[in-house]
Design a binder for this molecule. Structure first.
Ligand code: ADP
Length: 404
C-alpha cells in the first residue's frame, strides 16, 4: 500500500516537561513542512505555541488552574485539537517519534508494535531521564490514533555503524556484552546534516566530516562516507564537550572522590553533573551563551574559553579518528548563531587546514571558510523533525511481506 499523498505525517518529540510536534504533508517528493510547535511546561505552567512553515505564530495559549494539560496525554490532546482545525480534515497517516535510546540493537528506525514497545521499555535504565517520556508520548499517540502506524526513530541508531573500538570502554569484555558501551546521541541531527550535504555536494557527502552539534546539549561526530565513525557522547548524554548545564568529559576518579571521600550522595552528584555544571557552572551566570557573552566578567570569559578549548580539542581528535577532515560543520543553537564562539573554537586549528573568513562568519554565511583554505567550514541548520518524517514515510511506504 502506498501512503495517502494527501495525508499528514505527525512527528512527536516528548521531553521531560515538553511535547514538541511537527506536521508534514506526505508528497511524492517527500515530507513538506506544514506546522510545528510545542506544549512546554507540562505539569507546571503549560504554554502552547504553534507556527506555520514560515515560522509565523498561529497559536499561543496558557492555562489557569485545573484546565491546564497536566501530562503528555493531555498535551497531545491540545495539539491534536488545534491540528484538526489547521489541517482541514487531512488525515494523519503515520506518526514518527523521537526516541532517545535504541540500545545496542536498533540501528535503524522501526515500526512500533507491542514487541518493540517492550524492548524500548527494557532500555529505560539506559536513559532514565528521557526514555520514559518518549514512551509516554508513543502510548498517548497510540490511544488517539488507533490503527495509524507509528515509527520510532532513535538518537543512537546512526552511531551503530561505529567500529567496536570506537564503541567500547576499556572495561572487562562482559560489560560491553551487557550494553555498557558508547552509544552516542544526536544521531538524527547528524544523519540529517550528512544527507543534506551529500544532496548538495556528493563529493563532500562521501568525504570526511566533523559535525559540531552545539546546542544546550552538545556533541561532535566524525562521519566518513555518510557513516558515523566516532562521537563525543558516550554511554549517556553527559560525556564529551561541556554543555549548557552538563559537565561533559570528566575523570571518573572525580566521581569516586565525590561519592567516597566527599560523602556526596548519588542524587547530589547526578544533579551536579546534569544540571549545575557546564557553561552554567563555569560562568556562574547562565547556561545561555548570549547571556554569558553579554556579562563581561572574568568567569564568563573563562567559561567561553573552556568551552572553545574542549570543542577545539575534540575536532582534532575526531579528525584523527577518520584520517583527516574535508569539512567542519557547525549546527544547532550555538553552532548556527554564536559567531564569536565559532571564531574562538577555530582559532588554532590552522594546522588542520581550518581558517575562517571573519566577514563571512560574522554574516552567518553557509560557508564561512577563508578563500583557499583546504577545509570547508560550513554552518547548516539541523532539522531532526524532517529526518524523522522522512524515515517514517519511508517505512510506512515500504512494501511489506505477507502477514505471518
Ligand atoms: P537544545 O539542545 O535545547 O535544542 P538549541 O540547539 O536550541 O538547544 O541551542 C540553544 C542554545 O543556543 C542557547 O542556550 C544559546 O546558548 C545558544 N544560542 C542561540 N542563539 C544564539 C545567538 N544568537 N548567539 C549565541 N548563542 C545563541
Amino acid at each position: 500500500m502506498s501512503p495517502d499523498m494527501n495525508g499528514i505525517v505527525l512527528v512527536l518529540n516528548a521531553g521531560s516537561s515538553s511535547l514538541k510536534f511537527a506536521a508534514f504533508a506526505a508528497t511524492p517528493a517527500g515530507p513538506e513542512a506544514r506546522y510545528a510547535g510545542q506544549v512546554e511546561g507540562i505539569g507546571a505552567a503549560p504554554h502552547f505555541v504553534a507556527k506555520d512553515a514560515c515560522g509565523e505564530r498561529l497559536a499561543d495559549r496558557r492555562w489557569e488552574g485545573a484546565e491546564a494539560p497536566a501530562n503528555h496525554a493531555a498535551a497531545l490532546a491540545v495539539i491534536i485539537d488545534w491540528l484538526e482545525t489547521a489541517l482541514q480534515g487531512a488525515p494523519v497517516i503515520a506518526l514518527g517519534h523521537r526516541v532517545v535510546h535504541g540500545g545496542p540493537d536498533f540501528a535503524a528506525p522501526v515500526l512500533i508494535d507491542l514487541h518493540v514497545m517492550a524492548e524500548l521499555q527494557d532500555l529505560v535504565p539506559l536513559a532514565p531521564l528521557h526514555q520514559p517520556h518518549n514512551l509516554a508520548g508513543i502510548a498517548a499517540a497510540a490511544k488517539h490514533f488507533r490503527g495509524v502506524p507509528q515509527v520510532a526513530c532513535f538518537d543512537t541508531a546512526f552511531h551503530r555503524s561505529q567500529a567496536r573500538e570506537a564503541q567500547a570502554f576499556a572495561l572487562p569484555r562482559r560489560f560491553f556484552d551487557q550494553g555498557i558501551l558508547r552509544y552516542g546521541f544526536h544521531g538524527l541531527s547528524y544523519e540529517y546534516i550528512s544527507r543534506a550535504l551529500a544532496a548538495e555536494d556528493p563529493a563532500l557527502g562521501a568525504g570526511r566530516l566533523v559535525v559540531a552539534h552545539l546546542g544546550n546539549g552538545a556533541s561532535l561526530c566524525a562521519i566518513e562516507g555518510g557513516r558515523s565513525r566516532a562521537s563525543t557522547m558516550g554511554f549517556t548524554a553527559l560525556d564529551g564537550v561541556p554543555m549548557g548545564t552538563r559537565c561533559g568529559q570528566i575523570d571518573p576518579g572525580v566521581l569516586l572522590h565525590m561519592l567516597g571521600t566527599m560523602g556526596m550522595t548519588l542524587p547530589e552528584v547526578t544533579k551536579l553533573l546534569y544540571s549545575e555544571s557546564g557553561l552554567k557552572g563555569l560562568s556562574g551566570i547562565s547556561q545561555d551563551v548570549r547571556e554569558i557573552e553579554a556579562a563581561g566578567i572574568e568567569a564568563a570569559e573563562q567559561a567561553l574559553e573552556h568551552f572553545a578549548f574542549r570543542v577545539r580539542r575534540e575536532i582534532g581528535a575526531l579528525a584523527a579518528s577518520i584520517g583527516g577532515i574535508d569539512a567542519l560543520v557547525f549546527t544547532a543553537g550555538i553552532g548556527e548563531n554564536a559567531r564569536a564562539l565559532r571564531a574562538r573554537i577555530c582559532r588554532g586549528l590552522e594546522f588542520l587546514g581550518i581558517a575562517l573568513d571573519p566577514a563571512r562568519n560574522e554574516a552567518n554565511a553557509g560557508d564561512i571558510s577563508a578563500a583557499g583554505a583546504p577545509v570547508r567550514v560550513l554552518v547548516r541548520r539541523t532539522d531532526e523533525e524532517r529526518m524523522i518524517a522522512e524515515h517514517t514515510l519511508h517505512l510506512v511506504a515500504a512494501p511489506r511481506g505477507p502477514a505471518a
